[in-house]
Design a protein around this ligand. Structure first.
Ligand SMILES: [Zn+2]
Length: 211
C-alpha cells in the first residue's frame, strides 16, 4: 500500500483538507483534531480553493505576511495594474494547468520594483500572460503560457530584452528588501541578499541549528 493511497482518506478528513492526500496513519480522528490546531493548517484551510487575488485580499486584510514572500499589498498592486499579464490570478487554483493560478508570485518583496518595471514592458504584448514567476538559483525566472498565435517578432525581441534586463537586475538586488545585494551560496541555497538580510538569515538558521 502506498503512503499516499487515496482510499485511505476518511470522508471527514477529505472535507477538511480538500485535495491534499494523506497517509492512513494520518487519516485518524486524533490526527485531524491535532491538525486543526496548527496555525499553518488553519491558514491553509482558510486559503484553500481561493484564487491568488482572493488570497492576497485576505492576507492584506489580516495584516499577516511572511518576510520572504511578496507583501499582499504589492501582489494586489501588480495584479490590478496588469490584469491581462497576470490573468491567471483570477482562476481557481484547482486549474493545475497554470502554476501562477496556484502559487502567484514566488519571489520576495525586494524584487517588486523589478517585476513592476518588467510588467510594463511585457504588457505591450496583449497575448502574453504569465504561467509562473519565481526565484531560481538566486535570480528571477518568468515563464509564459503558450500563445495561440505566433508572437510578433518585434514584440518578441522587446520581451527578451526586458527579461534579460530584469534577470540582470535581480542578481544584484536583495530579494528581501530591495537594497543592493550579492548573489551567494549559503549551504545548498543560492540567493541575493544585502549584508543585514544575510546576517538575519544566518542568525535564524543558527537558532534552528541549521548552520
Ligand atoms: Zn536586504
Amino acid at each position: 500500500m502506498t503512503a499516499k493511497s487515496k482510499a485511505g482518506r476518511s470522508p471527514k478528513l477529505q472535507g477538511l483538507v480538500g485535495d491534499i492526500t494523506l497517509s492512513r496513519r494520518q487519516a485518524t480522528g486524533a490526527w485531524v483534531a491535532r491538525a486543526k490546531k496548527w496555525p499553518e493548517m488553519k491558514e491553509f484551510i482558510l486559503h484553500m480553493g481561493k484564487t491568488v487575488h482572493e488570497r492576497a485580499k485576505l492576507l492584506a486584510a489580516s495584516g499577516k505576511r511572511n518576510r520572504l514572500d511578496m507583501s499582499p499589498a504589492h501582489v494586489l498592486e501588480l495584479l490590478e495594474r496588469y490584469p491581462s499579464l497576470y490573468r491567471e490570478a483570477w482562476t481557481k487554483p484547482s486549474n493545475r494547468a497554470c502554476r501562477f493560478a496556484s502559487d502567484g508570485f514566488c519571489i520576495g518583496d525586494g524584487w517588486f520594483g523589478i517585476v513592476d518595471r518588467l510588467s510594463v514592458k511585457l504588457s505591450a504584448d496583449p497575448n502574453l500572460y504569465v504561467w509562473q514567476i519565481k526565484e531560481k538559483y538566486g535570480s528571477l525566472r518568468v515563464y509564459f503560457c503558450d500563445q495561440d498565435t505566433p508572437p510578433d517578432p518585434k514584440l518578441d525581441k522587446a520581451t527578451d530584452a526586458a527579461l534579460d534586463k530584469a534577470v540582470r537586475e535581480s542578481i544584484r538586488t536583495c530579494e528581501v528588501c530591495g537594497k543592493p545585494g550579492i548573489l551567494a551560496r549559503r549551504q545548498r541555497w543560492i540567493s541575493v541578499r544585502c549584508k543585514p538580510c544575510r546576517q538575519f538569515d544566518e542568525e535564524e538558521a543558527r537558532k534552528r541549528g541549521r548552520l
